[in-house]
Every structure is written in structure tokens, then in C-alpha cells.
Design a protein around this ligand. Structure first.
Ligand SMILES: [Fe+2]
Length: 255
């Protein structure tokens, strides 16, 4: 898919995974690169409470299920009593790996996404799920993006991988190969597992930010767990609105 950033303003992007409704978000707020100000003052007490409860639930689940690198980095998100200010996290991130985070209204088109990653800017959705979506939200919200993605951006190896992915994505989008690259992202950055001496652990943001899938991905007998194989991964379609049927397992981040 090719997207013209200028023409795409105000329009929700196409997504490749199979889901039952279009992504939400107010795209009229976005500037040309799809970034927007974090509307921090607009968060309600209920929004902050949702974030605090999501954070608390995930944090206590991490030992034995999340990879050590993630557990070591998650404290960088700071005080979980409120939804963090993106600027405050960016200040710490810039010092450690040269990354920063920018607000976005929701999912953005691949080309805009790749361009931000290539510039070491990670797009973070600024709205938070409704209380009735506490257990599962289809689109990434601020909790998914911050809790799931941002900690590993403090890890130098992973931080460089993400930038390289963005740069590769810009090339792939000129070759109309975005869908394959979207699968790579899905099965690594979002739903990746890693084999460690202590056992299987999660490093994918979709798993780490999910109340149920974190334990499911590591302990359930239902899903297939496949040793990382790029060709097979590229052939494997995915769904965005249920637990994954397959996970790909890497042996190390260097892989
Ligand atoms: Fe994500």
C-alpha cells in the first residue's frame, strides 16, 4: 500500500490484520506527520484511574512471564498514579537511547509510522480505553503503547532494531512490501516470545500489555509456538481481535 501523507490527513488508516471494525481516533487533530499534542489536561480522573489499575495489574504479572530486559526497563515509565506526560518520558529516553515519544490520534498509516521510527520517534496513542474495555481493547491505546512498547526503547539493542525497522519499512513501502513487514512487526515487536535459560518469556508489546494473553502466551497448551523462521513468519496471517493462534520464538535479541 502507498499512502500520501498530505492526502491522508484526517483519514483513519488501512490496517492489514483481520478485525471487525475500523480503528478509532480523531484524526483531524493530527499534523502532516500524524503526530499530535498529548491532550493531557483532557484526561478525566476515571482515565487516570483506568491507567493506574491497568499498570498495577500488569506489573504484578511480569515476574516469570516477561523477559528480564523488559522488567528492568519498565520502571522508567515513572509514577503510575496518573497517565504519564509524554514529554517527561521523552526527556529520559533521549538521554539514554536518543529516542523520544510523540502523541498520535491512533493507528497511523505504515509510511508515516516508518518515517517516525526511522527518526527515533515512537508514536504513542494518547487516548485511553473505556472502563468496559479494561480486559481487552482492539486498537492500541495509551496504556498499550506506553506500557507495552516504551520500556524496551530504553534498551540499546532493541532501540537500534526499531530504528532499523523504520528505515527498512520506508524502503519496503516503495516496493509495496508493507504487508510482509507488517507481519514481521506483528510477530516480533507485538507478539514475540524469547527463549531464555529460565524458560519462555514475552517481549512483545501486545502480550505484555494484555491482562490475559501474557499468561496465555507462555503457559497455555492451545497456541503454536514456532522457532523464529522468517519465511514461515511472512506466510502467517494474523488477527487483531483475539489471542494469537501462533507465536514465533527468538533465541536472543541479536537474532
Ligand atoms: Fe503495539
Amino acid at each position: 500500500m502507498k499512502t500520501d501523507k498530505a492526502l491522508n490527513q484526517g483519514v483513519a488508516p488501512v490496517t492489514y490484520g483481520e478485525g471487525s471494525r475500523p480503528p478509532r481516533g480523531d484524526y483531524s487533530r493530527a499534523s502532516a506527520d500524524y503526530s499530535c499534542e498529548q491532550a493531557w489536561a483532557d484526561y478525566t480522573d476515571a482515565d487516570h484511574d483506568t491507567y493506574r489499575r491497568l499498570y498495577a495489574r500488569q506489573l504484578q504479572q511480569l515476574p516469570g512471564l516477561a523477559c528480564d530486559e523488559f522488567i528492568a526497563a519498565v520502571q522508567q515509565l515513572g509514577e503510575p498514579a496518573q497517565i504519564p506526560r509524554f514529554d517527561a518520558i521523552s526527556e529520559r529516553l533521549i538521554r539514554i537511547t536518543g529516542w523520544q515519544i510523540v502523541g498520535v490520534p491512533g493507528l497511523i498509516p505504515e509510511e508515516a509510522f516508518f518515517a517516525l521510527l526511522a527518526a527515533r520517534k515512537f508514536p504513542v496513542t494518547d487516548w485511553i480505553r473505556k472502563p468496559e474495555e479494561f480486559d481487552y481493547v482492539v486498537e492500541p491505546d495509551v496504556f498499550h503503547d506506553l506500557f507495552g512498547h516504551v520500556p524496551l526503547l530504553f534498551n540499546p539493542v532493541f532501540a537500534d532494531y526499531m530504528q532499523a525497522y523504520g528505515a527498512g519499512g520506508l524502503k519496503a513501502s516503495r516496493l509495496d512490501a508493507c504487508e510482509l513487514l507488517a507481519r514481521l512487526y506483528w510477530y516480533t515487536v507485538e507478539f514475540g516470545l524469547i527463549d531464555t535459560p529460565a524458560g519462555l518469556r514475552a517481549y512483545g508489546a501486545g502480550i505484555l500489555s494484555s491482562g490475559g494473553e501474557l499468561r496465555h502466551s507462555i503457559t497455555s497448551s492451545q497456541p503454536k509456538r514456532i522457532a523464529f523462521d522468517l519465511k514461515r513468519l511472512m506466510r502467517t496471517r494474523y488477527k487483531i481481535d483475539s489471542y494469537q493462534a501462533s507465536y514465533f520464538v527468538i533465541r536472543s535479541f541479536d537474532e
